[in-house]
Design a protein around this ligand. Structure first.
Ligand code: ATR
Length: 277
């Protein structure tokens, strides 16, 4: 049988760690397949989507800035993509190009692995109201979290998400944070604050209850200032790398026919890459 081909596309794409993740699984399971990074400029994205079938691809991943164009460009979408408003995974079903979103799945699977029972831990405070926040809120709702509090610098964006997701999802400005944290069971940072060692703390975990879990979807650095402060406060913390690893699972299974495992060895490999070792 012909080699099974998949890809990740973005612009730029050179920094993507997805080829390392899928390459690790292809080798581990001895699958005759390939997974390559393809840089596609926004102006060429529609033509790229149309050419996938004739170029022999089974599907692929889509990242910044193409997730919304992929959402608009596929013939069929899964429920998560519709809720999140973006597509990060493409595959074919009976020759029809389909799009899904696995970011929310990856977020929940990461917490399942490192903080089992997290969904029953109490109200969730979500920092940020961008694309990443939508995936997180979708996952929280799917997993039955009843009280989801979006806190954003720009209140109007939080309000838009609160309307979109409906009952149980409220919107707040930054000023309400300390009050909202006082009885929260989960604190999730979805903003880029804290990336690349930026020392600014967007929320102070000191005000959280003792049983709270703190997670950050930023994974460079692995321990963000928020996670460091939460750990110093004695709280359970989960870093964002597991979300990246787990969101890759459903795509690999669709293209290559086997559900891959997120192993400690895979994690070590990507950590070494992040740390430039
Ligand atoms: P993504 O798709 O990665 O979520 P985004 O849509 O650009 O990216 O959203 C970025 C989020 O980080 C937003 O919630 C943004 O707040 P605003 O909606 O007020 O812009 C938040 N953010 C980015 N820089 C910030 C900063 N310096 N202070 C506070 N919030 C910030």
């Amino acid at each position: 049988m012909a080699e099974k081909k998949a890809f990740v596309t973005g612009h730029p794409i050179a920094h993507s760690r997805s080829p390392k993740i899928h390459g690790y699984w292809l080798a581990k399971y001895g699958i005759d397949g390939s997974y390559e990074a393809i840089d596609v400029a926004p102006a060429d994205f529609a033509a790229f989507l149309k050419s996938l079938g004739e170029n022999g691809y089974r599907g692929g991943n889509v990242t910044i800035p193409h997730k919304e164009a992929a959402f608009a460009g596929v013939a069929r979408r899964d429920h998560a993509a519709d809720e999140i408003g973006a597509v990060n995974t493409l595959w074919f079903e009976d020759g029809i190009l389909c799009g899904g979103n696995t970011d929310g799945y990856g977020f929940a699977a990461n917490l399942d692995e490192h903080a089992p029972g997290w969904a029953a831990n109490g109200p969730a405070v979500v920092l940020g109201a961008g694309g990443a926040s939508r995936a997180v809120i979708h996952a929280l709702k799917e997993r039955g979290v009843k009280d989801i509090r979006i806190v954003n610098r720009t209140l109007a964006r939080a309000e838009e998400l609160s309307r979109h997701f409906g009952a149980g999802v409220s919107a707040h400005g930054a000023g309400a944070l300390s009050e909202l944290l006082a009885d929260a069971g989960l604190l999730i940072n979805t903003t880029s604050l804290g990336m690349h060692g930026d020392a600014t703390l967007s929320a102070d975990p000191a005000g959280l209850p003792d049983h709270a879990i703190v997670t950050d979807i930023v994974y460079v650095p692995l321990e963000t200032p928020l996670l460091a402060a939460a750990r110093a406060r004695g709280l359970k913390t989960v870093d964002g790398l597991g979300m990246l690893l787990h969101q890759a699972v459903p795509g690999f299974e669709r293209w290559f026919g086997r559900k891959p495992e997120v192993t400690p060895e895979l994690r070590r490999m990507i950590v070494a890459d992040i740390e430039g070792r």
